[in-house]
Structures are given as C-alpha cells and as structure tokens.
Write a protein that binds this ligand. Structure first.
Ligand SMILES: Nc1ncnc2c1ncn2[C@@H]1O[C@H](COP(=O)(O)OP(=O)(O)O)[C@@H](O)[C@H]1O
Ligand SMILES: [Mg+2]
Length: 251
C-alpha cells in the first residue's frame, strides 16, 4: 500500500496562517501509523488545535500536503472521528441517540448500527444511562458519550482535542484507561492533543512537542501495554515525563 512509505496519516511541510494572526503552523511534518496513539503537547496558543483541524480537513493549509491512506485530505470523511474539549451533546436526544447521531444524520439507523451503539455504550460503562438525557449525566459520563459517538462510524483515525482537560484527576485516569482499551480493541489510530505531560506519556506510542507553531521530532514512549494505573508511579514513566518537561522548559 502506497501510504506505508509516508505513514497512514501524513502531514508534509504544512504551513497555515490565519489572515489576522499570521503563520501559526510552521513547516510541520508528522506521520501517524495505523493504530498508533500520537500525542501533541505544547503551551496554550502554540497551535495544537489548528494543527489538529488541519490534519482532520477542517482547515486547509496554505502550503504542504495532508494525506490519509494515500488520499489528499480536503474535508472531514466518515473514516475520521472527533472529540473536542466540551462534549457538545444534544440535550433533547437520549444518550443512545446522541451516539447514533453521525449515522442518523445520513439516513435511517439499522438494527446492526443500533446494536453497535449499545456495544460502545457498554464499553464506556454507560449501559444503565442509554435512555437518559445528557444533562442527567456527570461531566465524565458526557465525555464518555462523546467518545462513543466519535467511534460509531468505526473510524480508522480519531482526532481528540484536550477531551479530558476539564475532568477531575481520578475521572480522567479512568477515562484514559477505558479509552485505550477501546482504541486497541478497534485498532483505531489517534492524534491526541493535550497540555498534560503525564496524560501524553500514559496514552501515547509517540509524543510530539509543539512550540510556537514548530514541531520537535517525536519522542518514542517505550512503556508496556496494556497500560495500568501503577505505571503512573514507576521510574520509567516519571523519567519520560521529566525528559518532556526539560524539552519544554528549554524552549
Ligand atoms: N480563528 C482564529 N482566527 C485567528 N487567530 C486564531 C484563530 N484560532 C486560533 N488563533 C490563534 O492561533 C494561535 C494558535 O491557536 P490554537 O491552535 O488554538 O492553539 P492551542 O490549541 O495550542 O492553544 C493562537 O495565537 C490563537 O490566538
Ligand atoms: Mg487548543
């Protein structure tokens, strides 16, 4: 397959400027392998969200190239799923109907699709809530719904923009674990933006640092999978966090 040479998702020398702001993504190249979890970290305003939107076809670069499976990305496709910082659920629909929304927007939902929605809700621990409305759920549960909704089209790649940033630490830890289990079960590749070093190291196969629109070569995270909460307190984990911290501080 031709995309193997470049990566399954490949950004090549991408530049992007907002007219009133100038260049915020500067000559960035990045690859994502099938099933890889790649975290992007950097300070607020360094261009993380912009880069994610470019990779997902929500913004067009002024120069450079973005390809998914060898095809130019010029708009979002069903093979992609998105999760943003706020879950953006529709309050008048049940949890299950929120999950099915990406399908129901395009026609009648089949029994098999509905069953898959139920399965995703089960994987996210939400089966008892499937007929509730979003406002009846906690913030962490709403984030779980947003993840299930992003996965309903069985995307090969997920784009996540600080989806757990507003959650308390213990809820976030639990979600990270369930999220990893789900991605590995489905072989989903993930480009995951976070400003949390520990989250990046826990989730990722590779971590890339962004600094004022520039990207550093990715750091490989050689930690055992499946991840386990005890890993968060081990020397190899803390050493990787420290390494990333030192690169960030040197900027
Ligand atoms: N729609 C926009 N129009 C103009 N400038 C923007 C827009 N969105 C973001 N920016 C600017 O681009 C830079 C990068 O923003 P962003 O990609 O959101 O950063 P991050 O996600 O890392 O916080 C920031 O300086 C921000 O103010
Ligand atoms: Mg952002």
């Amino acid at each position: 397959m031709s995309f193997n040479a470049l990566g399954f998702l490949a950004l090549e020398a991408v530049n992007f400027a907002y007219p009133e702001r100038g260049n915020v993504v500067k000559d960035i190249s990045l690859t994502l392998a099938p099933g890889e979890i790649h975290c992007l970290i950097g300070r607020s305003g360094c261009g993380k969200t912009t880069l994610l939107k470019l990779a997902a076809g929500l913004l067009k670069p002024q120069t450079g190239r973005i390809q998914l499976k060898g095809q130019d990305v010029d708009q979002p496709v069903p093979d992609m799923g998105f999760v943003f910082q706020t879950p953006t659920l529709l309050n008048w629909l049940s949890i299950l109907d929120n999950v099915l929304l990406p399908l129901s927007l395009h026609g009648k939902v089949t029994d098999a699709q509905r069953a898959y929605g139920e399965q995703l809700l089960s994987q996210m621990g939400l089966t008892p809530y499937r007929h509730e409305k979003p406002l009846q759920l906690s913030g962490g549960q709403q984030s779980r719904v947003a993840i299930a909704r992003a996965c309903i089209t069985r995307p090969s790649v997920l784009f996540m923009d600080e989806p757990f940033a507003s959650l308390d630490a213990m809820t976030r830890d639990a979600l990270q674990n369930d999220f990893l289990t789900m991605c590995h079960a489905q072989g989903t590749a993930v480009l995951f933006v976070t400003h949390d070093l520990n989250e990046a190291v826990y989730l990722a196969d590779r971590v890339s640092l962004l600094n004022e629109g520039h990207i550093h070569p990715p750091l490989d995270i050689h930690l055992p999978r499946p991840r386990d909460n005890n890993l968060r307190f081990t020397p190899p984990f803390n050493l990787l966090c420290q390494q990333l911290r030192q690169i960030l501080d040197a900027q």
